[in-house]
Design a protein around this ligand. Structure first.
Ligand code: PXP
Length: 253
């Protein structure tokens, strides 16, 4: 998006679907059903814009072999979520996903809790961001909607940041409105400084619209809720419904 572009009618917001939890269900029985590749194919067939997958250190959902299979199965860009470790860097450099989103990772957590401390971890992150970028992989940093973290992303030359919407999703009432304003300000600040802002975590049919209406955001990454809904309605219907809500929020419907 160029600075000359107005937000009278913002660009269509991309939907990246995180398919980790298809693998979580598969792994519960140790076989190969349900296959996250089939989920990726459905997302592609119904107009999803990208696939997101997080290869965790403990391989609790997506596994090494899934990544290449997902890449081979669809033409959708893969957003590879990874911890800032040598192991994950090597993996990303071998598989060359379209994008790599660097996330904080703790073994004991159930899901990614809080954003990456891009400011405090500058020295650890700088060579990783540089090597991914040199390999043509678009680096994104999963951060809190916070000016200090955006400035750190600028110093790291990250082209993309993804704002953690987990706190927004958990709050309600005035506290949620305050967090929404923080996300709006952060998206505007990132965009003004030439960083493409994305957002994700904890988004649902009920809370996605105010986030999708933030005009600077280019992409949302949504997983757990969509895979949960897919149990009841099918993944195709769930993705289409989320897409419709996002489009409506942007005046694209
Ligand atoms: N974006 C990032 C960076 C994440 O780590 C996750 C969760 O893996 C998501 C988006 C999707 O979050 P949720 O599964 O809550 O929709």
């Amino acid at each position: 998006m160029t600075s000359a572009q107005s937000f009278d009618r913002p660009a269509r917001l991309r939907l990246g679907v995180n398919i980790d939890h298809v693998a979580t269900i598969r792994n519960a029985r140790g076989g190969d059903h349900p296959d996250p590749v089939r989920a990726a194919e459905i997302v592609a067939a119904v107009g999803g814009d990208g696939i997101t997958a997080h290869l965790r250190e403990d391989r609790r959902h997506i596994r090494d072999a899934d990544v290449a299979r997902i890449q081979a199965a669809t033409n959708l860009p893969l957003n590879f979520e990874m911890a800032a470790t040598e192991e994950m860097l090597d993996f990303a450099l071998r598989h060359k996903p379209h994008a790599a989103c660097i996330v904080p990772e703790k073994r004991e957590e159930r899901t990614t809790e809080g954003g990456l401390d891009a400011a405090g971890l500058h020295n650890q992150l700088a060579p990783i961001v540089a090597r991914l970028s040199d390999a043509g992989i678009r680096v994104s940093l999963f951060i809190e909607p916070d000016a200090r973290q955006i400035e750190a992303a600028m110093r790291l030359n990250a082209p993309v940041v993804e704002f953690h919407t987990g706190r927004y999703a958990q709050l309600d009432g005035e506290a949620r409105a305050v967090e929404l304003r923080r996300l709006e300000d952060a998206a505007a600040l990132a965009w003004k400084n030439g960083i493409e802002p994305h957002a994700g975590h904890g988004l649902t049919y009920d809370n996605v619209v105010p986030i999708a209406a933030i005009p600077q955001l280019a992409e949302l990454n949504i997983g757990h809720y969509l895979i949960g809904e897919a149990i009841f309605t099918g993944l195709d219907v769930a993705v289409q419904k989320m897409r419709a809500l996002m489009d409506e929020a942007r005046g694209w419907s």
